[in-house]
Design a protein around this ligand. Sequence first.
Ligand SMILES: CCCCCCCC/C=C\C=C\CC(=O)SCCNC(=O)CCNC(=O)[C@H](O)C(C)(C)COP(=O)(O)OP(=O)(O)OC[C@H]1O[C@@H](n2cnc3c(N)ncnc32)[C@H](O)[C@@H]1OP(=O)(O)O
Length: 726
Amino acid sequence: MSQDTFCVVFHAQIPFDRIPHQFKSGPMFLQALEDGLKKADADPSVKAVMICGENGKFSAGADIRGFSSPKTLGVALGPIVSLIESSEKPVVAAIEGVALGGGLEVALGCHYRVAHAKARMGLPEVTIGLLPGAEGTQRLPRLIGVPAALDMITTGKHIPATEALKLGLVDEIVEENTIEAAIRLANKVIGQPLGPRRLSLKPVPKLPNMEAFLQEAQVKVKRQARGFLAPELCFQAVQAATQRPFAEGVRRERELFQVLLSSGQAQALQYAFFAERAVHRWATPGGINLLFIIFDSILLLSLGLGTMGQGIVTSLVKANIPVVALEQNLEYLNKGRKAVMVLLEREAKKMEGGAQKLDFHNPARLQFTVDFNLLHDVDLVIEAVFENMALKKEIFHKLSNICKPGALLCTNTSALDIDEIASATSRPQQVIGTHFFSPAHVMRLLEIIYGRHTSPSAIATAMQLAKDMKKVGVVVGNCFGFVGNRMMFPYVEQAVFLLEEGSRPEAVDQVLEDFGFKIGPFRMSDLAGLDVGWRSRKGQGLTGPSLPAGSSARQRRGQRYSPLPDLLCERGRFGQKTGKGWYQYERAGGRTATPDPWIHGFLSQYRDTHRIETRYIDQEEILERCLFSLINEGFAILAEGIASGPEHLDVIYLNGYGWPKHRGGPMFYASTVGLPRVLAKLQKYSEAHPDVPKLRPSAFLKKLVAVGNAPLKEWMSYLSRQSPKL
Ligand SMILES: CCCCCCCC/C=C\C=C\CC(=O)SCCNC(=O)CCNC(=O)[C@H](O)C(C)(C)COP(=O)(O)OP(=O)(O)OC[C@H]1O[C@@H](n2cnc3c(N)ncnc32)[C@H](O)[C@@H]1OP(=O)(O)O
């Protein structure tokens, strides 16, 4: 093929750092694309056009940071995609790496698409609070049909090339040189009619039951979205494709895009996108940041095969890390092994048809043992026994004696003091907290807690482990409850106080679920088991036999205390596992929560006993007392240097506590509410409840308001000592 038959229009786009800023996806970049296309069209020596990316990547779409100037992005790309499609010369996309967002929309404008077998494609705009605004919602259903297009557009998932080929999204996949294959294809199709290849001219493939299908899909999207607008508007845009001609569908897509752009939710999700990446960057006080400790041949030992241990082992096997699972006796080991195998079988099923296979029947990858001697060879231990300081110390003392000198010793704890655990060893620099969230093979968050002596390389290794396990690792300092649970305590405390004052569990849960939480505090408590907190409170001497005689029922250490959860536990109401908790369930182990008249009666009796006047509590008060007390604790955490920035707190809440993504995390949410308002409300509630210290506004919050409601990205600059613990 002669060189002059083609114009390779375009080399773009990620990695972002390798191309000049003005060409990323801004107006100059789009102009260059348009100019190139026009030049190719006008040049009679050019017979076909091939579009490819630079350095083996097609395009990750727009630079998300540029969405502040909408006109230059999605909306302006649409006419260029149309220009590609209307070309009288065949245009072939050569997709390598990724084709995402605007990148895939460009490919949809092309007449043919060739992809490398390892390429991934998707329209992830919904995950940043938007919809594909360059005609993607109108072209994709015409190409792959409504069900598959709806799935891709409303979830934003990336699909592998093999799946794209099955769906008809690409015409060909190749193992070798994609660009050469695209040129070959272009050469072959020169002179063939282009009409049938123009997606805007194609009808949307019919379904026998389109209306019923759409109705059902809409209900599903709405149910899952819980106040998140983008999936619902993505749905509406695809629906428009089924009901209107192409040009009208495009107009509807643009209207909906503008609604999302101005909703505030897009801003929150884009903040969350960068926050998740920002938490990968951490440093010690000396500026040391070791991110590249690689341990691809580690033998890892997971100690304890309860629910957490089972999930951790499953995640490790999924991450292809050789693992030895240890239990104290054969009975527990066999029980744990059975549960792990069930989880792994399930995971293997989900992965069927994909490139990766789960290798868990091979003893070199996964073995179960009660033999502590196997500890000699492991590189890393994750202890996952239950939350008991004495037990953990005993285990760490043993680990310190048996494990080889370089082995990293991790403790899975949700609140216990890492320094105290480390003090039982002769190598506190190699002791670190790894707080997994249940179910550990599903939840993305991993809180990584360093103690006073933890070394930077131990932190780096734990961060690398998180990455290998496809989790979001967030490095935090050591304090009771670390970041996530420490912020959760005042939230749950307020929820219970609200019951004392007149609310009901279902009313409080409803308000927080309407806000967007997957599950309210009482449903959550029933799910986790009320006995967990009861055991912890007994350990702290707040209830149970160690409570000093004569203690007041509703006061502890001079502060307000609610005995309500303890009273439920004393009556055997542990939540779902006993069939009764804050709600009633169909049976022990049941999952359907129903408001329980017994609880309502019990609460009124409790108020009578303690002479509490029942009052009506409105939704605003429920929301503010729960959320603002949690946020207030976040400011205290930042001021103490337990976390390096508000992004860390937000990423923890988004990935471990079901905080609604479209609200950007608690600290981002506070910034959108406005810090003066948060402060004023805390002051008001604190005055009404002077015996609740967690409602007293944090000094750091007051300072940020005093300096004029500083924007979130500047908050940390107002702390005199930043991250003293790092
Ligand atoms: C040849 C075709 C031409 C195409 C023209 C396109 C013109 C665009 C015009 C309009 C389009 C509008 C709609 C959109 O496109 S919206 C954007 C849709 N795209 C995305 O949402 C992709 C988001 N990114 C990712 O999913 C991943 O980052 C991925 C690209 C898969 C790479 O993952 P990974 O390898 O794990 O790396 P990181 O996630 O850590 O990212 C590396 C750094 O790159 C930064 N990054 C990534 N994507 C973007 C982005 N879209 N905008 C800005 N920055 C981005 C990321 O923050 C990392 O940077 P840092 O390390 O500094 O944090």
